[in-house]
Design a binder for this molecule. Sequence first.
Ligand code: FAD
Ligand code: E0Q
Length: 467
Amino acid sequence: MAQQPITLIGGGLVGALLAQQLAQRGFAVEVFEKRPDPRLAGFLGGRSINLALAERGLQALRTAGLADDVLQRAVMMRGRMVHDRDGNSGLQRYGVDDSEVIWSVSRGALNMLLLDAAEAVGVRFHFGQSLVGADFGRQRIRLADEAGVERELDAGVLVGADGAGSAVRAAMNAHAPLGERIESLGHGYKELEIPPAGELPAAVLQLSGGHDQFALEPHALHIWPRGGYMCIALPNTEGSFTVTLFLPAQGAAPSFASLPDATAAAAFFREQFPGLLPLIPDFSKDFDSHPVGTLSTLYLDRWHLDGRALLLGDAAHAIVPFHGQGMNCGFEDTVVLANLLAEAPDDSAEVFAEFQRVRQPNADAIAAMALENYVEMRDSVADPHYLAKRELGALLAARIPTHYMARYRLVTFTHVPYAYALERGRAQDQLLEQLLRDAANVADIDIEAAAQLFQSKLEPLPRLRHG
Ligand code: FAD
Ligand code: E0Q
């Protein structure tokens, strides 16, 4: 069993799940979290933000023994419901059937569940405690409470799960440069809310295609693609949806800079998202009171300072959200790290180096795929060539499941390394493009010949572990 106590900074999604797994494996874990305890009364009733949980995150939760509890509070999403400007919509399934679905979960509820689970196995949380500095020579950290009062503390091994703006990373970088590179996407986001159907006028609901307490089809991730920008909406268990507008931050209209206030924004929505605006009764209040979030990809040369400090989750590899994999990737990190540490509890230097060796190529791969998916989502999901490729892919997936699986499915429904999914996706895409170049439409393609082409050019897929 482990002797080394671990000091974890950040009790968010990744920090809490890592803490639970480490404690389960016998480590003493102390977590310092900047924000107050979200489980305390007074926090409830804040706005609901949700995110998509897929197989990788679910598998990590299974390892921790928490998957069933989480799924009980999740809404299944079968695919993306694409809404065009004319008010038409259609479901693009994510997988081949209902065994391949993703789940909308509340960030707040999930975080609280993870905090409870970690505390139950002995993790000690210290809320309202921000890391503000670290002295790696003396193995001490500096913390500030909510009043700004600072104190110093001895810390053994330091793990940073403190998100994209990581203070642990800043402290490590000040001690010895990590080779940090932050690439801003140049687009921001803003969250808005569609309330449960009961809170909307009947005339509005007639057009929107909802069921029961939901104003829209509940079992889908809704997308309103508009070329250079888009809206999405994910369902919440109580019948509401969280809408996110993704839009260029600066520059000519439309951009956040070109929408100075809610009046201008409402006019923009009336024009571009006419079916969506009536579902957001508090549009002006939401738009004016919610900040514009920024989106960047973070790359580092080093994730650790020998055996003294390590970064994981967004602190090590923040990505853009367009594949819905940031948390899933961070959850995968926690299992890898907990396993490595359990195997060699007294060799954190080797464990941290191995963790980076294993995870960084995969973090780089999902970072690249997430960037690609933005263009795909806001642009191509309505594009005929894209749809033809999807159609041909579906035929091949049914005909030669050993040799073809869409990259989206490799990422979302399997545990193959992200780097493998990226590479395999490129090889498959080349063949699909080749077949589509020579045919006017998918119906003209000889599927038997296409299957043979894939089987002759590509290795069989590895054993794919489904849920
Ligand atoms: P965080 O969730 O940011 O948690 C960091 C924690 O550290 C916080 O609790 C914070 O308070 C604390 N902290 C920060 N600084 C300090 C400090 N100095 N001292 C102490 N504590 C500190 N991922 C998905 O898998 N699916 C999705 O659908 C999805 N959608 C997204 C949509 C948007 C708009 C965005 C922006 C991201 C989305 N993501 C999604 C990504 C996901 O949110 C992140 O990958 C995930 O939250 C990372 O978890 P984390 O614990 O590493 O960081
Ligand atoms: C998913 C699920 C924020 C966000 C989260 C997501 C997805 C998207 C578009 C976005 C990708 C997809 N996607 O539909 O292809 O699968 O999580 Cl914008």
